[in-house]
Design a protein around this ligand. Structure first.
Ligand SMILES: [Fe+2]
Ligand SMILES: [Fe+2]
Length: 308
């Protein structure tokens, strides 16, 4: 199926030719920002975590100013996934235990989780499936990056985790249209964007990229959010965008079929594009089954003892 020309041209998430429905949606979602979806402390902590001149003590100092964020980091540091040996009692210990890069991922995960938890209770089941999809896609990005010898430094997890953030925004900002626009069937082909466009005059890629920009998330993450369904159109950060597209396809397979075996890696249309960026000589097709198994196990482990 061919996508309309306007989608090909949209490079700037805040374009001038927006229709009223998009404006309404933006206004609603802009208001929801008062419920701090990505708390200011989380945004600041991500900057500090990335700064090579900052110490772990600086990072802990920023995190502890936000009690919800501090509690979330402490909880995750003590979860089955991150716990090694005895537990950690203080935030300082947790930050040292996890390291700056892992903290950065967890800060974003806590922020994203809070966004999902803003969904009204009667729709929580639906959005907990989407949270699982987001978390699994993040884990797949990290596992694929390691297995293929790609040189990402944590941004791949953050980008996978955030890639469908626009779907949550649609659920929050336009709940009356959310089910028609997004049946949550984990079939994310080109028709998804066309359906959303028909119902909402926008789509989750465009909306998610706008929101990521608004929250000062890194440009690479914005590209991944915007182009994860059309990675060949990404003019910047294409390896990361292709990685997220590949991981998304794998996560959707698992969530549709509820099994890891039988995955046909050759049907992943973003696979060849990702492979172009693999310098290690390793092959996605040969690794896909093991990566999917490992990532699903990682999610199960996290679900057994953490907020994921
Ligand atoms: Fe998507
Ligand atoms: Fe997705």
């Amino acid at each position: 199926m061919h996508l309309p020309e306007w989608m090909r041209r949209r490079k700037e998430p805040s374009g001038a030719s927006e229709r009223p429905v998009l404006q309404t949606l933006k206004t609603t979602i802009g208001n929801l920002k008062r419920v701090p979806t990505l708390p200011e402390a989380a945004t600041r902590a991500m900057v500090v975590a990335k700064d090579p001149n900052s110490s772990l003590a600086d990072l802990a100092g920023v995190i502890e100013r936000d009690p919800a964020l501090a509690a979330g980091i402490l909880k995750l540091a003590n979860s089955a996934l991150y716990r090694r040996g005895h537990g950690v009692a203080s935030l300082q210990q947790a930050v040292v235990h996890l390291g700056a890069r892992e903290c950065q991922n967890l800060i974003l995960a806590v922020g994203m989780r809070s966004l999902f938890l803003n969904v009204p209770r009667e729709r929580q089941v639906r959005y907990s499936a989407l949270w699982r999809h987001s978390y699994l896609t993040g884990c797949l990005c990290r596992q694929l990056s390691r297995a293929l010898g790609l040189r990402f430094e944590g941004e791949e997890f953050a980008s996978g985790l955030s890639h469908d953030i626009g779907r949550v925004l649609i659920g929050l900002g336009s709940p009356e249209h959310a089910e028609a626009a997004d049946p949550m069937d984990f079939i994310e082909g080109p028709e998804v964007l066309l359906r959303e466009q028909a119902v909402l005059s926008t789509d989750h890629c465009y909306l998610g990229a706008w929101f990521a920009n608004l929250n000062n998330l890194p440009a690479s993450l914005v590209s991944a959010v915007q182009f994860h369904h059309t990675p060949e159109w990404a003019e910047e950060h294409q390896p990361l965008v292709a990685l997220v597209a590949v991981a998304d396809h794998m996560a959707n397979y698992f969530q549709r079929e509820q099994r890891v075996d039988g995955y046909d890696a050759a049907s992943n249309t973003a696979g060849p594009l990702l492979q172009e960026h693999v310098a290690s000589g390793r092959n996605f097709l040969a690794l896909a089954d093991d990566v999917l198994t490992d990532a699903v196990n990682e999610v199960h482990l996290a679900e057994g003892g953490a907020a994921a």
